[in-house]
Design a protein around this ligand. Structure first.
Ligand code: ADE
Length: 354
């Protein structure tokens, strides 16, 4: 049986009788759903707000919201987290759930292709639970329209049947919190964006915070790391904890194979050069972009699509994954006429010429 969203204009009345068969499939399928497989980075994630290093404004805002929500014994307001990948959006959703003492269901927009996928998740939520939707800018229109009344009034408006026999059913939901994450806040429709009570941007991390994150992760991995070595990883991780932890594992491998008990800065440099990560954290794709811009197009301006085609990359990945760090480092500029390499970008290429 088809489930389609009826938009947000369905009448609100007394508790409706749910459309049993309509929901059965969605509910059962959701209940049978496997737990999200444990990911490697899970073991290094902080679980409490107090253990989450950096993003001080975000922590302050969410800390106040958590405290107020606990006092009122309500569901936390819906939260939208945006910013480049790897900065801790999923981690923060899990921290929120831990602090509130509730479960967090994790999914991503591409996994919610059929309306029944999102219906199944929503009807199975218990009061005050969190639903984390990654890449929320990629929701289908139908899923998005189902979410509007769900977010606003904790109800689902479902249309059962087709044509003249179509009927609208309204189903109450438990008060829940939607945590949406996106690398592309600009791609979110404004009706969806407007339904989030808290909208927070995650920033690239500073060196000191990254050094502390690396040191903490080394402790969890039982790796003896000198402070200078942690700083060296911090310098090379593009301001991103996920990359820092990945690099740290590569350093650990080199240390283990070489029989090094305690890891110093020189070993980090040696290990990371092997992986073509330079002293500023730029990797092979970053340097290829700068080199193409400099050598192929006289420094620019060049349009995103042209650049992406020259690199054999997808323009969306280039824009949301590769470019943000280069822009933040002042190595690249976006102008109305296209991308331009900066003097610092040219200097970086010279310093790191093969
Ligand atoms: N691991 C990854 N991100 C972290 C963070 N922000 N604080 C502590 N550990 C982390």
């Amino acid at each position: 049986m088809a489930i389609v969203s009826s938009g947000s204009s369905a009448p609100r009345g007394p508790r409706p009788t749910p459309a049993p068969r309509l929901l059965d499939a969605a509910v059962q399928e959701n209940e049978q759903e496997q737990e999200r497989p444990l990911q490697r980075e899970d073991s290094l994630r902080p679980r409490k707000l107090a253990d989450y290093i950096g993003q001080s404004e975000l922590k302050q805002v969410l800390g106040i919201a958590i405290e107020a929500t606990r006092t009122r014994e309500e569901a936390l307001d819906h939260v939208l987290l945006y910013g480049p990948p790897g900065l801790g959006k999923t981690t923060m959703a899990l921290v929120l759930a831990e602090e509130l003492g509730v479960r967090c269901r994790i999914t991503s927009a591409p996994a919610l292709e059929r309306p029944r996928d999102i219906v199944g998740l929503l009807v199975n939520l218990q009061p005050r639970e969190l639903l984390f939707i990654d890449e929320i800018h990629r929701l289908t229109r139908v899923a998005e329209e189902l979410l509007y009344p769900a977010m606003e009034d904790f109800r689902l408006d479902l249309t059962v049947g087709k044509g003249t026999t179509a009927r609208t059913r309204t189903l109450p939901l438990a008060p829940f919190t939607l945590v949406g994450a996106t690398t592309r806040a600009g791609s979110l429709s404004s009706p969806l964006r407007d339904r989030f009570g808290l909208i927070q941007r995650l920033e690239f991390y500073g060196l000191e915070d990254l050094q502390a994150i690396v040191q903490r992760a080394a402790g969890l991995l039982a790796l003896e790391l000198e402070p200078e070595a942690a700083l060296e990883v911090a310098r090379r991780c593009r301001g991103t904890p996920r990359i820092a932890n990945r690099l740290l594992r590569r350093v650990r491998d080199v240390a283990a194979v070489g029989g090094h008990g305690r890891v110093g800065a020189a070993l980090v440099q040696q290990a990371l050069s092997l992986h073509r990560v330079d002293g500023r954290g730029l990797d092979a794709s970053d340097r290829r972009l700068l080199e193409l811009l400099h050598n192929g197009y006289g420094g620019g301006p060049v349009g995103l699509d042209t650049l992406a085609a020259g690199l054999g990359e997808d323009p969306v990945t280039l824009e949301s994954v590769v470019e943000p760090f280069l822009l933040q480092q002042g190595l690249l500029q976006r102008t109305p006429r296209g991308r331009v390499i900066t003097a610092a970008g040219v200097a970086h290429l010279r310093e790191h010429a093969a």
